[in-house]
Structures are given as C-alpha cells and as structure tokens.
Design a protein around this ligand. Structure first.
Ligand code: NAD
Length: 511
C-alpha cells in the first residue's frame, strides 16, 4: 500500500519519472529504478522509472518544438499560464507540503512553506510577464534609434538538489516560462516524488487552460543521463542547484561547449552577534538558522561569531534553546515537531564524521553531538561546538547537517574578516543595534556574500530579491529583482531612419 501522503496526490508508488509531453508519461522501464526512501523510517516509498535514451530524445525534441510556439506567445499570455500553475499549487498546498515533508524530511510547516514559495514566485512571474523591459539608448548618429530587447533563450535545463525538492524548480521554471523558455527538469534522485507531483499539478492546470506543454521532466537513476544533459548543446542554459563539488564539474562542462550556466552551490553562512545586539531577536534566529530543516538548507547558519563580552551569555541561552528543540525531534509530517531527520543515512555518516573531526581538532561539544540510534530513520541531535578556530578544516567545510561552530571575536573588523574567510559566499547576518556597525557591515568593505542581513538570520530568503552567492557558491542569481535576465538573451537594435549611412565613431569609408 502506498503511503497515504502519496495517495492524496494520486501517486501509486509505481511511478514514471519521465513526462514526455502531450499528456504522456513514459512506461519505459529500461533505464533502471529510483527508490526514494522515507528518512523517518528507512522504508522505500516508491519505485520510479528512470528516463531512457529514447525518451530523453523525445523530451528534448518536443521541448525544442514547443519553444518555437512559446517564444512568440505574448509574454502576458505566458504569465497567464504561470498564474494557472500557481492557483493549482495553492489548491494542493497542504497535500504537496506533506509530500515534501515526507520525502525530504523537513517539518510540515517548512514543507508547506516551500509550496508557498512556489506560489509566490508564480505570482511574481505573472507580474514580470508585463515587465520584461529593455532600455532605449541615444544613438550618436543622426536619424538613428537604438534600443535593446530581451528574447527567450530556448530550452532551459534545471538540475535541482534534494533539500528544496520543489521550490527551486519553481524559482527557475516560472520565471523562465514567463520569459518564453521551455524547461526540462532533472530533480534529485532522492526526491523524485515531490517533482512528479508538482509536474502533475502544473501540467494538468496548463492543459485545462488550453496551454501547450512548457514543463518536461526527466529522472536519472545514475548520473550518466545528467552528464549528457549538461553536455547537450540543444540546451543553451543549465541552471544547477547542488553541491560545490558537482557544480564545479557542471560549470566547467557547460563552459566547454560555450553554454550558459547558472550555479547555486554550497554555503558556509555565519552570523555575527555584536555587543549591542538584541538577544531576544538573535537567539531564535540563530537556533532556527542552525537547526531548521535539520541544517540542510544552503543558507543554514553554520558559524556563529560572538563578541567576547557576551559570549558566555549567548552560549548559555543557545544551549537552553537546543534543549527545547531536542524535545521536539520526530516525524516531520507531524506539525508538532520542530526538527525532522536528515534526508539520508549518508547524511548521518557525514554528521558523525564532522563531529569526530571537530573533536580531534580540539572542539568541545556544548550541546548534542550524537545520532538518535534508539529509533528508526536518520535522526540526529542538533549540535553546538565551541573551541575551534575559523581556519580549522572542519569549520571551513559545509557539512549538510545541524552543526553550529561558535567562535569569539574582539573587534568588528576581525569578525567580518573571519566571516569572509571561507571559500563560500552565500548568506550572512549581523545582529546589532548600532547604526555605524550595521552600515560598516553592509559596505563594500563588509560582508562578501550574495545575501547580507541585519537583525535577521542567514536562513531562507524572500522571493522578491535576487538569490545566490559569490565565490564557490557559484555566482548565480535566481528568483526576484532582475534575475530573469539570466533566462533571456539581450539583443541591441539600431535602426537607421535617415537617408545617410553614417558610420560609428565618425569613420569615413568613401566608395
Ligand atoms: P548534489 O550536488 O549531490 O546533487 C545536486 C543535483 O546534481 C542532483 O539532482 C544530482 O542528481 C545531480 N548530479 C549529480 N551528479 C551529477 C553530474 N555529474 N552531472 C550533473 N548533475 C549531477 O547536491 P545535494 O546533496 O542534492 O544538495 C545539497 C547541496 O546543494 C548543498 O551543498 C547545498 O548547499 C546546495 N544547495 C544550494 C542552494 C543554493 O541556492 N545555493 C540551494 C539548495 C541546495
């Protein structure tokens, strides 16, 4: 019997991982099976058929054909298609949020929150569909007009990570669809069900609304198809979300064929707690940032840099907060729990290995430090570690688990230098009530991250801003602001409405 959370979304537990277009899901079982595991009890949730070579070719060919129609569909009409998807997701928010919680392991409110992000970016993309503005420039030549326009780029490949199994797709796909692109999605092999359910909800809404196929799905039971996808010249843009290790390979491969890549990779995010900080704000933000989604957000708080004068007070309050969370670790689909399991058994191994490394380097476990081996599933304790330097190898590493390294500082420049002295550059925050400190932190000499906050933690972001980070986080930007430009190609147009043929820069070319 399939899990009731699957049945609520008409999933049977025996799924096709390939949406071929024309309402068809492939039956081809020749490319192996994916078996997503319930992280709460270790049971296989379903069998999902991977995408065969023949089906991959069908998907790419149909996506290319769809692009020819979609690129000339007026952008506000494209926005209407996205609006229907957002409405359908709103109707299915509870069921899809539960599936995200079940399959990924994040808490039910966070699963629902992820679906809300899909709805929000959908609404953003609807508005955007009437605002794909280009500039008009003054030509240096008389009788000439010069302007730029933005055209869709083509078929966009979206490769997503397990920790945001649905929102990352929507961030990309809804904006890309409004821009006139067609999307092919390859989700994480750990969370294919959330992807299949999202595609069914959106594609049914598109069909009912009389729209063509704009969203396709493939799944890879290994990594060969994913690599082929990355190398495919028919896909001008690959938007990749995942680890820096794989993202580096993807970026290099796409660059080799002169394609475009949008990279959203790992983070090693820090919060600085300055001596004037309001701890009533800082403590809950730190605990949520470090422990929420069991530390499996790219924006999770992994380092805490606290002024020496308040270090002991902050430590004491955090330990008390962690003890509260420990009482509410459990089944993520139960809304009473604050923290679910890690997504995989490998994640638990990585957590335990990091704790051993931290201890070997001289760290002290101030809270947590163990897996919950008395029960099934991948449950661990949220862990707070003190006594390590920022340059310690394990502190420099993104371990995708609820481990927070707490360090002391004496002056602000030192704290900012510590925060920036990691290979990654995604999210950062300071807690302060001092205006000068806040401005210094946000200045060009301050935080070097793509996201920098004051009196809000590092974790999560609103869809209205551009999301992404610097250095080994990959440099990509998604979601709000002008991130849409990544999904379009810019064309500069000069029109001569005079009777002369003046050349630029006053060049004379007499014939
Ligand atoms: P991962 O790198 O293991 O996998 C990401 C995706 O890449 C999956 O779909 C996977 O199947 C695919 N993949 C694996 N090998 C591939 C290859 N050779 N070629 C092409 N694709 C391949 O990452 P994960 O464990 O799923 O996710 C966790 C990581 O993602 C963390 O590092 C986290 O910080 C990062 N992340 C970043 C952001 C962001 O926006 N910056 C958001 C979410 C997650």
């Amino acid at each position: 019997m399939p899990h009731p959370v699957l049945t609520a979304l008409d999933l049977t537990g025996n799924e096709s991982g390939t949406y071929l277009g024309n309402g068809e899901w492939s039956n081809d079982a020749s490319a192996g099976l994916l078996e997503p595991v319930n992280p709460t009890d270790g049971e296989v949730l379903a069998q999902v058929r991977g995408t065969s070579q023949a089906d991959y070719e069908t998907v790419v060919a149909r996506a290319q054909a769809a692009f020819k129609v979609w690129r000339t569909t007026p952008a506000p009409r494209r926005g209407e298609a996205v609006r229907l998807c957002a409405d359908a997701l709103r109707r299915n928010k509870d069921a899809l949020g539960s599936l995200v919680a079940l399959e990924m392991g994040k808490s039910k409110p966070e699963g629902d929150g992820e679906v809300q992000e899909m709805i929000d970016i959908g609404e953003f993309a609807v508005g955007l569909s009437r605002q794909l503005y280009g500039l008009t420039m003054h030509s240096e030549r008389p009788g000439h007009r010069m302007y730029e326009q933005w055209h869709p780029v083509g078929v966009v490949g979206i490769i997503s990570a397990f920790n945001f199994p649905v929102a990352v797709w929507a961030w990309n796909a809804f904006v890309a669809a409004a821009c006139g692109d067609i999307c092919i999605w390859k989700p994480s092999p750990r969370t294919p069900l959330s992807a299949i359910a999202s595609m069914k909800i959106c594609n049914e809404a598109l069909k009912e609304g009389g729209f063509p196929d704009i969203f396709f799905l493939i799944n890879d039971a290994g990594t060969e198809l994913a690599q082929q996808f990355v190398d495919d010249r028919r896909i001008p843009l690959i938007s990749f979300t995942g680890s820096t290790r794989i993202g580096r390979q993807v970026g290099e491969r796409v660059a080799r064929r002169m394609g475009r890549s949008l990279l959203e990779l790992g983070g090693n995010n820090a919060i600085i707690v300055e001596q004037s900080a309001d701890l009533a704000l800082a403590i809950p933000a730190i605990v949520f940032g470090a422990v929420g989604t069991a530390g499996q957000r790219c924006t999770s708080t992994r380092r805490l840099i606290v002024h020496a004068s308040i270090y002991d007070t902050v430590l004491e309050k955090l330990v008390a907060g962690y003890k509260q969370v420990e009482k509410r670790i459990g089944d993520p689909t139960d809304p009473a729990n604050l923290m679910g399991p890690l997504n995989s058994a490998e994640g638990v191994q990585a957590y335990l290995a990091a704790i051993e490394k931290a201890k070997a380097a001289g760290g002290t476990i101030a809270s947590g430090g163990a897996a919950l081996s008395d029960r099934k599933g991948n449950f661990v304790l949220p862990t707070l570690i003190t006594g390590l330097g920022n340059d310690s190898e394990i502190v420099q590493t993104e371990t995708f688990a609820p481990i927070l390294y707490m360090m002391k500082y004496e002056d602000l420049d030192e704290a900012i230098a510590m925060q920036n002295a990691v290979p990654q550059g995604l999210s950062s925050a300071i807690f302060t009530t001092n205006l000068k400190v806040s401005e210094a932190y946000l200045s060009a000499a301050g935080s070097d991250c793509g996201i920098s906050n004051v009196n809000i933690g590092t974790s999560g972001a609103e869809i209205g801003g551009a999301f992404g980070g610097e250095k080994e986080t990959g440099g990509g930007r998604e979601s709000g602001s002008d991130a849409w430009k990544a999904y379009m190609r810019r064309q500069t147009n000069t029109i001569n409405y005079s009777d002369a043929m003046p050349l630029a820069q006053g060049i004379k070319f007499e014939l």
